[in-house]
Design a protein around this ligand. Structure first.
Ligand code: FES
Ligand code: FES
Length: 187
């Protein structure tokens, strides 16, 4: 079957099996910023924005996502023009292995869109569906609070960085540094 998505600002059509999840479709087509962890909706590594809402893409049937606006980490910013949340994560060194970071950043974008000036407790609660095996969360929470200050309530668009047009795979600008994880390049 065909799945039609407004993906990172571009109309795209993908082939999918009936049993495919949104995560399957994304990763099969080069959007590897969304990570596969538990594959059961329990870790948040696969978080993307679906119609502006943070969703665990591993438990979203691809058929149900058809027609939706989907934002992955590849659509947020670029290596040269990071989204403010990505920039805050890098500047706060809020990452170690980076595997959880694309999902964590997208969940943070949705959180700040809903609550531009969250308290520390609200950030912790808002990110509670996203696990991290490495950082202990402290720096991640600091990064989100820092991003909140940077954005200053001006509205966190899902495409806050410079949008990359006609981009189909994350590998196109893979740089290989640790901070690239904030852009989804640590596969
Ligand atoms: S891989 Fe989707 S929630 Fe864990
Ligand atoms: S899982 Fe390694 S940085 Fe979060």
């Amino acid at each position: 079957m065909n799945i039609e998505l407004e993906l990172n600002g571009q109309s795209r059509t993908f082939e999918a099996k009936k049993t495919d999840s949104l995560l399957d479709v994304l990763r099969q087509n080069g959007y590897t910023g969304a990570k596969r962890g538990c594959d059961t909706g329990a870790c948040g590594f696969c978080t993307v924005l679906v119609d502006g809402e943070a969703r665990n893409s591993c438990v979203v049937p691809a058929s149900k996502a058809s027609g939706a606006e989907v934002t992955t980490i590849e659509g947020l910013g670029t290596q040269r023009d990071l989204h403010p949340v990505q920039r805050a994560f890098v500047d706060s060194t809020a990452l170690q292995c980076g595997f959880c970071i694309p999902g964590m950043i997208l969940r943070s974008v949705a959180l700040l869109e809903e609550n531009p000036d969250p308290s520390k407790a609200e950030v912790r609660k808002g990110l509670s569906d996203n696990l991290c095996r490495c950082t202990g969360y402290k720096k991640i929470v600091e990064a989100v609070l820092d991003a909140s200050d940077r954005i200053d309530g001006a509205g966190v668009a899902a495409d806050g960085g410079t949008r990359v047009e006609n981009r189909t795979t994350v590998g196109e600008d893979a740089g290989g540094t640790t901070s690239d994880c904030a852009g989804g390049d640590c596969r």
